[in-house]
Design a protein around this ligand. Structure first.
Ligand code: ADP
Length: 479
């Protein structure tokens, strides 16, 4: 069958958006649809011409040398199509052999001029934004570095002054400056880490370290603040974890510090626990699974997915009340992912939160023995540390119920800590204990709640006389 007898009518090619051309074994064009005619600016006069008139770069050989073997049938090719006036544009084309008429070749092509242009534009914008990102992170790195020098200068001098003989008022002021400098250093370090992680310039530094000593160090960082707030602390580590592992100790400590500070910051009543398990082993690598749980304010379902984004705090009142930059959890997420793991949160408003993360670490030679102890199979967890009273932590609901023995004991304990802070005029800490008292009196009769509210207002106004009077009034209910 000749190409001019090809049954075009049975295919809707004439109005197709794609360019459709047909030619025979000699390369002579027998059909071109409306799109081809428009794009190549021909009338009907394209038929009868040679295919090399449209694709001169591909089918350079003229009529006599045209070879169908060179057509690369079926594959998608990037070709250059020429208009009648010899200007050109790029196309994506596929040439196939007709199944109905074997001597007919069909070329279907799409104009990709716009696509190529957009591709180049996207590439340009990507490069520009990478360049801008680089400039931004270098700027952030320089500024934070410049900030760190004066902060450390202030801190050093304050510590020197603190070593001398000081009156009570001066010492208190210097302690405040010292704490502010420490906070500022934490923020500066967070911003530095964040900008390095964002710029992909962050490298882990794995080395061998004593796993339980690392946990003891983390515990030591937090235990004072936790017990000062009257909270319990429990730490459990699986004996299946070898004594020494290979990992970036500094960064594991950083993640745990962040999660435990948050747990402590957002919990006024109950307990904080840290648990570590060994969940998998592949050759000389083990997967460690950490859980940090608290019985604090919890997080709404809607807010949970915002948590790991940068600069995200659940709401503005949180940053006013508890401080922070909202970078901590984002840095944790990026660090955990660099260590091959993931971080998750389970939480319920007013019922506490469980932050868990996994990481992969190396096992040192000879450490396998730890995993073989028969007792471990029966008892995969070992209780290695507990602080405070277990009864208090495990019976949180009872403690929260006003009037129960646990509730009254806790109220008494917290009130005595609160009055000490009032005596010392440590109003910030007094506010912290006040939050615990608010929770403990949440279900109390109206007159108790009213006194607690007045006590809170007196503390906020830093009014010693009023706070002491309301304290006495509240204390009378507990006698
Ligand atoms: P920041 O450095 O400001 O503490 P994070 O990224 O560590 O920021 O935490 C972001 C926000 O997540 C906090 O401001 C708080 O709203 C919420 N959040 C984190 N941990 C807890 C927790 N244990 N309980 C309740 N809310 C939490």
């Amino acid at each position: 069958m000749k190409t001019d007898t090809f049954p075009i009518g049975i295919f809707p090619v004439e109005d197709a958006l794609e360019m459709v051309l047909m030619f025979d074994q000699t390369g002579e064009i027998s059909y071109a649809n409306e799109t081809v005619r428009q794009k190549l600016e021909y009338d009907k006069d394209l038929c009868g011409r040679h295919i090399s008139a449209v694709f001169p770069n591909t089918f350079r050989t003229a009529e006599d040398d045209f070879d169908v073997e060179s057509l690369k049938l079926g594959t998608l090719q990037n070709l250059v199509a020429y208009r009648k006036n010899l200007t050109c544009f790029p196309v994506e084309a596929r040439i196939i052999k007709s199944e109905i008429c074997p001597e007919v070749y069909i070329c279907m092509a799409t104009d990709i001029l716009e696509k190529e242009y957009l591709g180049r534009e996207i590439e340009r914008i990507k490069q520009e934004s990478q360049e801008a990102m680089k400039v931004k992170s270098e700027f952030v790195a320089n500024v934070t570095h410049e900030l760190r020098t004066p902060v450390n200068g202030v801190l050093g001098n304050v510590r020197e002054l603190l070593d001398g003989n000081l009156d009570e008022g001066t010492e208190r002021s210097l302690r405040v400056i010292e704490r502010c400098c420490d906070d500022m250093n934490k923020i500066i370090n967070n911003i530095l880490d964040f900008s390095k992680l964002e710029a992909g310039k962050f490298n882990l530094e794995p080395r061998k370290f004593h796993f339980r000593n690392m946990l003891e160090y983390v515990k030591a960082n937090h235990i004072n603040k936790i017990t000062e707030k009257g909270l319990d602390f429990f730490m459990t580590v699986s004996p299946q974890i070898p004594e020494y592992i290979v990992g970036d100790e500094l960064r594991i400590v950083q993640i745990l510090n962040n999660l435990l500070s948050n747990a402590q910051k957002f919990t006024s009543l109950g307990k904080i626990t840290l648990e570590v398990f060994r969940t998998a082993q592949v050759n000389d690598k083990i997967e460690l699974f950490f859980i940090v749980s608290d019985t604090g304010i919890g997080i709404d379902a809607g807010d949970r997915n915002k948590l790991f984004q940068s600069f995200s705090q659940v709401d503005a009142s949180i940053s006013r009340k508890y401080g922070g930059t909202g970078l901590g959890l984002n840095i944790c997420k990026q660090l955990v992912e660099l260590m091959g793991g993931r971080i998750d949160v389970e939480s319920e408003k007013n019922r506490g939160s469980n932050f868990s993360f996994s990481i992969w670490a190396g096992v040192c030679e000879g450490e396998e023995a730890v995993l073989q102890r028969p007792d471990d199979v029966k008892n995969p967890l070992t209780f290695i540390q507990s602080e405070g009273s277990a009864e208090n932590g495990s019976n949180l609901e009872n403690v929260k119920t006003y009037g129960t023995q646990g509730n009254q004991e806790n109220l008494r304990k917290t009130l005595s800590k609160l009055i000490l802070c009032v005596e010392m005029e440590n109003w910030e800490k007094a506010e912290m204990f006040m939050e615990t008292i608010r929770q403990l009196t949440d279900e109390a009769p109206w007159e108790v709640k009213r006194i607690a509210l007045r006590l809170k207002m007196a503390i906020q106004k830093e009014n010693y006389e009023k706070a002491a009077a309301e304290f006495d009034a509240l204390n009378r209910f507990l006698m």
